[in-house]
Design a protein around this ligand. Structure first.
Ligand SMILES: C[C@](O)(CO)[C@H](O)COP(=O)(O)OP(=O)(O)OC[C@H]1O[C@@H](n2ccc(N)nc2=O)[C@H](O)[C@@H]1O
Ligand SMILES: Nc1ncnc2c1ncn2[C@@H]1O[C@H](COP(=O)(O)OP(=O)(O)OP(=O)(O)O)[C@@H](O)[C@H]1O
Length: 292
């Protein structure tokens, strides 16, 4: 499963693409907007693991998506919404697609699966429908679907501020990660409305991240709140910390440990299998370009 830049023919009507997960390597809450949304400072680390999306162009205006995600109505599915928004804004009524989703990422785990699916759909359909939208246009469209969509549209590991939409590409060392998700979902809104949440962390600036000790200088401000409210997350972090530097991503419930080899990551996933489901992944700094 790769981008198509190497092997695709010049004219294509089918694309199969990785829809990667992200980790928030840290998550600082630096303030609040007048509308109540929290201002963040984070690094979105893209991973080489995620869902797989297959797009086949059709010319009869039908956009079909299969299989359905249990509990998510078709019109709420971010893939379908992305496709419709894109066609509405830049396309023609006869543009359509068969879209197939192989879901690997847990939902509501802080791995950005839905946002990634939306962004990859924008990128793929822009090409299949030959719309020639710029990356800026797709990112703006994506931001209306969710704060985490633009980083996947741009396809670069990035330092982010604002609500996650002000992005600066950053090259991180290609670390291995063990990513584990306990069998609970954490509602993002509940964590952001918690009275004990720290909301005044000083930003660390992008320059500080070049320092090898960046992990110790950063944190996830949501982690104490989630650990307090969800013993399953707390227990998982305590277990993983025995092996390697460990942190929660986003508002949880997924947790990652950072290691220097695939074997170490596999061992952590194995040793936590009784309390969480997991996968091994490597950080990537950019997605393959979608071009024919
Ligand atoms: C925390 C992150 O996962 C970091 O990557 C994302 O910023 C979450 O972004 P998201 O998935 O778009 O968040 P949503 O699930 O839409 O947010 C649910 C609710 O959390 C609160 N929320 C969310 C993001 C944010 N920066 N400030 C907030 O206060 C809002 O009340 C929002 O209505
Ligand atoms: N294609 C999709 N894939 C996953 N979730 C979707 C999709 N379409 C809509 N959703 C909805 O979006 C919600 C959040 O899913 P997602 O996997 O992005 O969560 P997350 O990993 O917590 O993301 P984030 O880190 O951005 O908060 C799901 O619970 C689901 O109701």
């Amino acid at each position: 499963m790769t981008g198509i830049s190497d092997e695709a023919p010049a004219v294509t009507d089918t694309l199969t693409l990785l829809s990667p997960a992200k980790l928030n390597l840290f998550l600082h809450i630096t303030g609040r907007r007048p509308d109540g949304y929290h201002l963040l400072e984070t690094v979105f680390q893209l991973l080489d693991y995620g869902d797989e999306l297959r797009f086949q162009r059709r010319d009869d205006g039908v956009i079909s998506l299969s299989p359905a995600i249990p509990g998510v109505a078709e019109q709420d599915n971010l893939i379908w919404r992305a496709a419709y928004r894109l066609r509405e804004a830049y396309g023609q009524p006869e543009m359509g697609a068969n879209i197939t989703l192989l879901k690997r990422l847990p939902m509501g785990g802080g791995l950005g699966g839905g946002s990634s699916n939306a962004a990859i759909s924008l990128r793929a359909l822009n090409q299949l429908w030959n719309l020639q939208c710029s990356e800026d246009e797709l990112a703006a469209l994506g931001l209306n679907l969710g704060a985490d969509v633009p980083v996947f549209v741009r396809g670069r590991t990035a330092y982010a501020t604002g609500v996650g939409e002000i992005l600066q590409a950053i090259e991180m060392p290609r670390q291995w990660f063990a990513v584990l998700t306990p069998p609970i979902a954490v509602p993002t809104a509940k964590i952001f409305s918690d009275l004990t949440l720290t909301r005044d962390t000083h930003p660390c600036t992008i320059r500080a991240l070049a320092d090898r000790g960046w992990f110790a200088q950063t944190r996830n401000d949501c982690e104490p709140v989630v650990r307090q409210a969800y013993p399953a997350v707390n227990a998982l972090i305590e277990r993983m910390q025995n092996f390697a530097p460990t942190r929660m991503t986003g508002t949880g419930s997924s947790v990652f440990a950072m290691v220097s080899s695939k074997a170490e990551a596999e061992r952590i996933v194995r040793d936590c299998a009784d309390i969480a489901q997991g996968f091994v992944a490597r950080g990537i700094n950019h997605l393959p370009v979608v071009s024919s």
